[in-house]
Ligand binder design. Structure first.
Ligand code: NAP
Length: 329
């Protein structure tokens, strides 16, 4: 994808009708998964398992905005809302699939990142599905990204040895020296990722892999996994934007090692978000988790920010700031 595939348009937003409200979007969440909704012309939409964007349709992702006019009884003017929305500065909603967020619990943009629906599966996936325990070795790919950095810290707070895979020395430094994980490998510099992982894991092998990338890094990890290890498959960045196959060529080792591979979807944890918010806000207030954001300004920079995600330009959550909240009496 390049910027030429996108167009910025000016459209009129109507006034809210009865049962509707007008939202001023403040923050856009820039998400890699949007790429999986954009198909090449030769791909039949019917073959996809997710709703695909059609040519000319607005791109959408999670946003946080402020209600500036309301004719809806449950969504008062001045409150902040999040939901899956078009990349627009203003929009009308009837409240379907929109949720009010608690601006007293955390800054509202956190609901797109560390407190967001996309990060929650890192917490529930590692603890409930991966069943990580004190002393186990956990490896995380895209470790300095918004979800990977949460996964690293959840595993560290559980007492695991944590190793990140990431794409720059600056990110290695952030992960090890600020987030306090045990080791991180810059995959772009590693001649042999498998050997680098072996030494980062002190020769002991990997119990659990939280994976957002697949492809070559998954292949290297499978080689270093312990027998009965668990792989939590959350994303496949390696193949989203024209990369090689995401499938590991050492598939048979999944069988020989009796590995458990489990796919995770953020949709499965939406009803547990209050539990996640309570735990994460507690960790934030106790200074137990750290967080970074990479912020672009203005809707005209949404596409450069999104393309930048695939070039590793973000540390932590990639966001676009669209505006400031209004003073509402
Ligand atoms: N299953 C679900 O329900 C669900 C929901 C939301 C997100 N996800 C997945 O979560 C993952 C993270 O998404 P995010 O939007 O939060 O992005 P992110 O992790 O904040 O940022 C993406 C990072 O991935 C790395 N990356 C990009 N392209 C790569 C490639 N080809 N190979 C290796 N690393 C690459 C880059 O860092 P480096 O410098 O380290 O390369 C980049 O900073 C994605 O796979 C996404 O699909 C899954």
């Amino acid at each position: 994808m390049t910027e030429d595939n996108f167009e910025l348009a000016v459209v009129q937003v109507p006034s809210p009708a009865q049962g509707e409200f007008l939202v001023k979007n403040l923050w856009l969440s820039i998400e890699a998964g949007i790429r999986t909704m954009m198909h090449e012309p030769d791909v039949e939409a019917s073959k996809s398992t997710i709703p695909l964007l059609q040519k000319g349709e607005p791109v959408h992702s999670f946003t946080v905005g402020q209600i500036i006019q309301s004719r809806h009884p449950r969504f008062p003017k001045g409150s902040y809302v999040t939901g899956l929305c078009n990349w627009q500065e203003y929009f009308i909603s009837d409240g379907a699939r929109m949720q009010i967020v608690d601006a007293d619990l955390a800054p509202v943009r956190y609901y797109l990142g560390i407190m967001g629906a996309m990060a929650a599966p890192a917490y529930f996936g590692l603890l409930d599905v991966g069943k990580i325990t004190d002393g186990e070795t956990v490896v995380v790919s895209a470790a300095a990204g918004s979800i990977g950095s949460v996964a690293c810290q959840v595993a560290k707070l559980t007492g695991c040895r944590v190793v990140g895979i990431t794409g720059s020395d600056e990110k290695v430094d952030w992960l090890v020296n600020e987030l306090g994980i045990d080791a991180a490998v810059n995959y772009k510099k590693a001649d042999n990722l498998q050997d680098c992982l072996k030494s980062a894991c002190s020769g002991g092998g990997i119990d659990v892999f939280f994976d957002s990338v697949a492809g070559k890094s998954l292949e290297a990890v499978i080689d270093v996994m312990k027998v009965h290890g668990r792989i939590l498959a959350y994303g496949a960045l390696h193949g989203y934007d024209g990369g090689d196959s995401v499938w590991p060529t050492n598939y048979l080792k999944i069988i020989y090692k009796r590995l458990c591979v489990k796919g995770l979807s953020s949709l499965d944890y939406l009803n547990r978000l209050p539990e996640y918010h309570a735990q994460m806000s507690r960790w934030i207030s106790e200074g137990k988790v750290r967080w970074r954001e990479t912020v672009y300004e203005g809707i005209e920079n949404a596409v450069p920010a999104w393309i930048g995600l695939f070039q590793g330009k973000n540390i932590g959550k990639m966001l676009v700031k669209l505006g400031d909240p209004e003073q509402i009496p």
